[in-house]
Write a protein of this length. Structure first.
Length: 383
């Protein structure tokens, strides 16, 4: 993985944890900093403690949340922890009870009762996330002590990295009243030049989305891709092993074997294999004329029809799945597969209709030629 991919893949590189990598990236940054700032509009932070690229998407997506978090209150706890750490110096120690008292005093929506196991588990999940990110270190004790008893203590040390966790906003976010305000804030500095904003949106979409799709004849972003496809492809191919493919209504960044850019599809997991098999069944239906590709290169079917695809996939290839998916009920299997396909932007559920995006036609999978349904030893776990 090269320096460009490393900076985009990682939240930051902390000198205290990865000194050699920190110096390596600092030395190599000069060659890619101009691209990051001009083409992506990203701020690059370099100081004696860390290197960080302020990565923001062109548009927010559901999968962009913190994957370790499972509940809204965990995001609230994270914000309160960041606020708490603002008043702490780097290398300053504090005990968990000091933080829990602060959260109780600051959280206004409901009374936080740490005798409740649910609240303690939420906080423990967030604290472990903060430790894994390098914002705090555990000097003594364990979060599991707190899990067992609300009086359980842990001694932490503030690293100082928390001050760089949130991006800098151009306005006071307390004035924001809707989620769209955050997106608009991102482009406030370049609104005087629509061309710069459009260019930065395009590069961000190509790097962060599974595919970029034309939304209509007046779609300026897609027009930019069509007009400057060779320039875009040349610049990206210089930075990493990839290929830019542009079609009539869609564009894709295809990574090569040595390319690695965040979460990619397909992944090394059974759900990804199932998605590839579903794509193959979708392509079969198109080739046989059962389903029609519309002018925008999408396929629109009822949820019942789409569920039929997952059922057919399970019926044909289920014996090759791991035990978890073989033993799932039909309803649970459908919901799991559907949620995954949405998370990787292969489909979008709209009420009782499912939109199948063009990316589903780009890649598919099949079991080896010697796979036999029902034969658990046929190598059916590989695609």
């Amino acid at each position: 993985m090269n320096a460009f991919e490393m900076l985009l893949n990682r939240r930051w590189i902390l000198k205290s944890r990865e000194k050699e990598l920190y110096y390596q990236l600092r030395d190599e940054l000069g060659g890619i900093k101009k691209f990051l700032t001009e083409k992506l509009g990203y701020q690059v932070i370099v100081n004696p403690y860390l290197i960080k690229v302020e990565k923001m998407p062109a548009e927010a997506k559901p999968w962009m949340g913190i994957q370790e978090f499972q509940d809204r209150i965990q995001y609230v706890f994270l914000c309160l922890i960041l606020s708490f750490l603002e008043d702490k110096e780097a290398e300053e120690q504090f005990v968990l009870s000091e933080l829990t008292e602060y959260i109780q005093a600051q959280y206004r929506e409901e009374q936080i009762d740490w005798t409740s196991y649910a609240f303690r588990r939420h906080l423990i999940r967030v604290m472990k996330f903060c430790v894994s990110c390098g914002m705090i270190e555990v000097d003594d004790g364990s979060e599991e002590n707190f899990a067992k008893n609300e009086r359980g203590e842990v001694l932490y040390e503030n690293t100082g990295a928390s001050r760089y966790f949130m991006k800098n906003f151009t306005r006071n976010i307390m004035e924001y009243t809707r989620p769209e305000d955050f997106a608009e804030d991102e482009w406030i500095d370049v609104n005087t030049d629509r061309g710069i904003a459009r260019r930065q949106r395009v590069y961000r979409k190509l790097l962060m989305n599974l595919g970029v799709y034309r939304t209509g004849e007046a779609d300026e972003d897609f027009a930019y891709i069509k007009n400057y496809r060779n320039l875009i492809a040349g610049e990206l191919e210089e930075l990493m092993d990839c290929e830019v493919q542009v079609h009539r209504n869609s564009a894709f960044l295809i990574l090569g074997e040595s390319g690695g850019l965040g979460r990619c599809f397909p992944e090394e997991k059974t759900l990804s294999d199932i998605a590839l098999l579903c794509n193959a069944l979708i392509q079969e239906k198109v080739k046989t004329g059962y389903w029609e590709i519309l002018a925008d290169e999408c396929i629109r079917v009822s949820e019942e029809e789409f569920r039929g695809v997952t059922e057919e996939c399970r019926k044909r290839y289920g014996s090759g799945f791991i035990k978890t998916y073989r033993e799932m009920t039909s309803g649970d299997f459908y919901q799991e597969v559907k949620a995954y396909l949405e998370s990787v932007e292969l489909i979008e559920a709209r009420g009782k209709q499912v939109v199948i995006w063009p990316a589903a036609g780009k890649i598919a999978g099949q079991y080896p030629w010697d796979y036999k349904p029902g034969d658990g030893n046929s190598g059916g776990d590989k695609i």
